[in-house]
Design a protein around this ligand. Structure first.
Ligand code: MG
Length: 219
């Protein structure tokens, strides 16, 4: 079982479900040839996929195209079902930096066939996290920079103000489809600049005032 790492907290909270939003930055949707959606695109990762900054991403041997996607991650602090703006805001208890590691070749193949994306998004080490910062310790402004470097070269460089469905809209929307509970995580989507990484590559990712991730891709 995987547990949350939270700054200034020793509470042991197991990670619940991991819900991810796709195509939440228009420039990223367009770079992959996808349309901008009217509703958030939602998929899941397994809690057992999680590793933390400082641990290594294992490149699956059944893919030729592992991609990095840096994302703002929301921590859910209490149960919410059919939330409104106020209860959605209250249900978000913290934030982290996340990497939604993606097997782009498998994903494209699944999309072509109309099959679920699951195995392109959920595999060991597919969800890399920084420590969470609690909302009581940092209030999100909504325009923090979000950046990712591979081997020191900047690849993704945007602002979370470019998110189309903001954290409150996302939590509200998901809570109309499934109950969210304490320990659930929401990956809120990646800006443009995603790309391939191979064994030996070193990733550094940051969201201003939230945290940072360092990880290396290994075989
Ligand atoms: Mg993503």
């Amino acid at each position: 079982m995987k547990y949350l790492k939270v700054k200034n907290s020793n509470e042991e909270i197991p990670i619940g479900k991991i819900i991810c939003v796709g195509r939440n930055y228009a420039a990223h949707a367009l770079e992959l040839g996808n349309e901008v959606s009217e509703f958030p695109v939602i998929f899941l990762k397994a809690a057992s996929n999680v590793i933390y900054s400082g641990e290594n991403v294992i490149h699956p041997d059944y893919s030729e195209n592992l991609h990095h996607e840096v994302e703002l991650v929301l921590l859910i602090g209490n149960t919410i079902k059919n939330g409104d703006d106020d209860s959605a805001e209250k249900a978000i208890s913290g934030y982290a930096v996340g990497l939604d590691m993606t097997l782009r070749d498998l994903q494209k193949e699944f999309m072509k066939k109309g099959d679920p994306w699951t195995l392109s998004k959920s595999f060991d080490t597919a969800a890399v996290l920084s420590e969470f910062i609690l909302k009581k310790d940092y209030k999100l402004r909504g325009d923090e920079s979000i950046k990712l470097w591979v081997n020191g070269e900047i690849k993704q460089n945007s602002s979370i103000k470019n998110i189309m469905f903001d954290p409150i809209k996302i939590v509200k929307y998901i809570s109309t489809k499934m109950t969210l509970e304490k320990g659930d995580l929401i990956f809120t989507g990646t800006p443009e600049g995603v790309g391939r990484v191979v064994p030996g590559d070193k990733i550094h990712a940051e969201i201003e005032n939230i945290g940072a991730i360092d990880t290396e891709i290994i075989k």
